[in-house]
Design a protein around this ligand. Structure first.
Ligand SMILES: O=C(O)c1cc(=O)[nH]c(=O)n1[C@@H]1O[C@H](COP(=O)(O)O)[C@@H](O)[C@H]1O
Length: 280
């Protein structure tokens, strides 16, 4: 999916919500455990319930890999289900990959040739040749970690060189030699508040993947205030606060309500920015 299509979907749905499919076998409702593939059954129910209110899904590979081969099958089935039934959804494999070029080529092949997602999260630490193999696929996106949502983001990302430039700023600047805003996005944590202003100084037009609202306490209002650009430029992820909003047999309906509440708030911000004509 290209940038224009993504923006079109955002306007149509009046939403820039990405639902995170961080599906933990220990957290899904008990009654699903008798299903042949409980993880897929859970994902399918969550997707069917929330698809009206979001534009993207982000399965995090850790949750699938932790179950071995069975987990990877659930992951592949989930992506295939989205592709077939919700082709307008942007699919992000949250894998935080990146290795020497020869190995990154294999990661890229797995996500873009084999599984066919729209985007993969990539760590910038190993530099250009670790990122470029992901960029040879047309309409495939790299989402590069820039300023993450966790406490540890201070350890390296916020450190300054002698000239006062912070590491995440170097990442933003240097990576723009590798790809344009038609193929690269950046991860910026919702917990970073006013730092979005600094991000936008270096990347005014890029889409940002913003995790950290909901369970991590980041403010959607601040993200919209400091991070939104004229084409929205934001995909805000929420995982636990939506998918585990309820643990009973009614879980999918409650997840739908949780997604709807976020979508309504987002519609307000899109309206305030003049991106959509009227409040939902
Ligand atoms: O790359 C990510 O998606 C990511 C980056 C980051 O800085 N912080 C962050 O929380 N994430 C991921 O976003 C999701 C957040 O989940 P919740 O806190 O449950 O909404 C998890 O899959 C995290 O691994």
């Amino acid at each position: 999916m290209n940038k224009q299509q993504l923006f079109k979907n955002i306007k149509k749905k009046q939403s820039f919500l990405c639902v995170g499919l961080d599906t933990d076998i220990k957290k899904i409702p008990q009654h699903l455990l008798s299903e042949e593939d409980p993880i897929f059954a859970f994902n399918k129910a969550i997707i069917d319930a929330t698809a009206d209110y979001c534009v993207a899904y982000k399965p995090n590979l850790a949750f699938y890999e932790s179950l071995g081969v069975k987990g990877m099958l659930s992951f592949e089935k989930t992506v295939a289900y989205l592709r077939e039934n919700y082709p307008d959804q942007f699919i992000i494999a949250d894998a935080k990959r990146g290795d020497i070029g020869n190995t990154s080529e294999m990661y890229a092949r797995s996500f873009f040739d084999h599984i066919k997602v729209d985007a993969v999260t990539v760590a910038p630490y190993m530099g250009e040749d670790s990122v470029k193999p992901f960029l040879i696929y047309p309409e495939a996106w790299v989402i590069l970690l820039a300023l993450t949502s966790n406490k540890g983001s201070h350890d390296f990302q916020l450190t300054e060189d002698a000239a006062g430039e912070r590491l995440f700023e170097k990442v933003l600047k240097k990576s723009q030699d590798w790809a344009t805003d038609e193929q690269m996005m950046y991860v910026v944590g919702a917990t970073q508040g006013k730092m979005f202003l600094d991000i936008r100084k270096h990347a005014p037009n890029h889409f940002l993947l913003v995790p950290g609202v909901g369970a991590q306490g980041g403010s959607l209002a601040e993200v919209a205030q400091y991070g939104m650009n004229d084409q929205c430029g934001l995909l805000v992820n929420s995982s636990r606060a939506i998918i585990y909003a309820d643990k009973t047999e009614n879980f999918a309906n409650v997840a739908r309500e949780a997604a709807l509440a976020v979508q309504r708030e987002m519609a307000g911000y899109l309206h305030d920015k003049g991106i959509i004509p009227c409040k939902a």
